[in-house]
Design a protein around this ligand. Sequence first.
Ligand SMILES: [Zn+2]
Length: 114
Amino acid sequence: MNKKKILDRFSNLENQFQDLQQDFSLLKTDLVQLVEENHQLAHENHHLRQRLDDLTEVHEPKSKEQEQAVKKAAVGEGYDNLARIYEEGFHICHVYFGTPREEEDCIFCLKFFG
Ligand SMILES: [Zn+2]
């Protein structure tokens, strides 16, 4: 039995184990970051949806003419607010709604603007 060989193998395994531990710890940090980011995005999304609901809410109409005017105003208002949310850098499309838009335009969002 070659003691030197066994000791070398042992030392190799020890190194591998340390590497694995390091990888594991890095992965754990990434995972925590991802979970936090996801939580933040979910929160942001919830907030934006609520804001959108508030802004596009149609108030109780009294006559047919008023009803139409209110609907028109609400649609216009909702449209303006969506445009503003888009300008603030968030998606308003159904695909990515509420998530940050980065710098470039989104083709799905642009469909809203005709
Ligand atoms: Zn979009």
